[in-house]
Design a protein around this ligand. Structure first.
Ligand code: UT7
Length: 319
């Protein structure tokens, strides 16, 4: 019997209709379109602004988009992994709700949280289950409603983040296609530089934590930027070396969309041409767990069987 690898066989996505442009942000904080565009590459982001709708709303839409496009019977899905840093509720898995809503009646489901690397780590988990022969259809969804944890008076965070969702299906492949290798790392030094201080077990919510805005994301952008540049470039270079890939044999870079300058630095270290670097940050900003599947979905038409694609991400934790 041939070795089983885990291939991505279908992609779907969803972004909310409401567009928050840089011009709108100019009315909320001391910033301007020129600064945001030149420092981050972002022009606009989508916001889920309908009351009562959480991350699951977008995740369900992305999964349904995949199911319709690929004509999949949801009852044949074995596992749903929900990559998210913004679950609907602190307790009660969002993935479980999503799986039920999409009709994945024979699946089990859970959430996976690794900040902006949630989807990438989820790819590791999903592909390992498939390669081990344990499950045949694993649906990995990356979705985040970042607007629910962003302070729109803090210009260091509100300009970057947006809301969105993407989904991919992993299935067994016997031609050697699909996930080939991975190099994942994490470093607890990052905890101080990007976090939500309150609402967890160390500092449960109280009136002061609300008044002090401790339920929003705070980041030391400069430090995160520094670690992100070296972290993403290091792992991408490593994976190329380890697999004897060159700038010519890599077809695409699918990188976490946090800042165009971080993506460019990664591409530069890899030596790949700009035409191989897939970027949609200008439309969506940083959607955390959704950036990688949104890139796959937006550029699906470009991919050919056998293309070498490098995925890279960096996030809070650090992850
Ligand atoms: O997904 C993983 C998580 N996050 C990231 O990967 C984000 C990583 N960090 C970044 O992308 C960047 O650090 C930011 C985009 C957040 C900030 O860009 P920067 O080039 O690192 O700017 P900075 O924080 O060093 O600030 C430079 C200047 C400062 O003014 P002075 O002190 O030089 O006068 C800031 O006060 O720009 C000012 N500034 C702004 N000006 C206009 C900071 N934010 C803004 C803003 N609009 N939104």
């Amino acid at each position: 019997m041939n070795k089983i690898t885990a291939a991505i066989t279908a992609v779907g996505s969803y972004v909310p209709d409401f567009v928050m442009s840089n011009q709108v942000l100019e009315t909320l904080v001391e910033t301007n379109d020129e600064w945001i565009t030149s420092r981050t590459g972002i022009k606009e982001r989508r916001i889920l602004n309908e009351e009562g709708k959480g991350t699951s709303f977008m995740a369900i839409k992305a999964a349904q988009n995949l199911i319709e496009k690929a004509n999949i019977d949801p009852a044949t899905i074995d596992l749903v992994i929900m990559a998210t840093a913004t679950p609907d509720l602190p307790v009660a898995s969002t993935g479980v709700y999503v799986a039920t809503q999409i009709g994945a009646v024979n699946a089990f489901a859970y959430d996976l949280q690794a900040a902006c690397s949630s989807f990438l780590y989820g790819m590791s988990t999903a592909s390992a289950y498939i390669a081990a022969g344990r499950y045949k259809r694993v649906l990995l969804i990356g979705a985040d409603k970042m607007s629910s944890i962003i302070d729109y008076t803090d210009r260091a965070t509100c300009i970057i983040f947006g809301d969105g969702a993407g989904a991919v299906l992993f299935e067994p492949n016997e031609e050697g296609l699909g996930v080939q290798d991975e190099f994942l790392r994490s470093d607890g030094v990052g905890r101080e530089f990007l976090k939500i201080e309150a609402g967890g077990s160390i500092l449960p919510p109280n009136e002061d934590t609300v008044a002090n805005k401790q339920h929003f994301v705070h980041q030391d952008g400069k430090t995160v930027f520094k670690y992100a540049v070296s972290g993403m470039a290091d792992v991408s270079e490593k994976i190329m070396e380890r697999n004897n890939l060159t700038k010519d044999t890599v077809q695409w870079l699918v990188a976490h969309q946090a800042n165009k300058r971080i993506i460019d630095a990664t591409a530069h270290r890899m030596g790949v041409d700009d035409s191989k670097v897939l970027v949609n940050i200008e439309k969506y900003g940083n959607t955390t767990s959704a950036t990688l599947p949104l890139v796959l979905s937006d550029f699906e038409h470009l991919f050919k069987k056998g293309d070498n694609i490098i995925f890279a991400a960096f996030g809070g934790g650090f992850t």
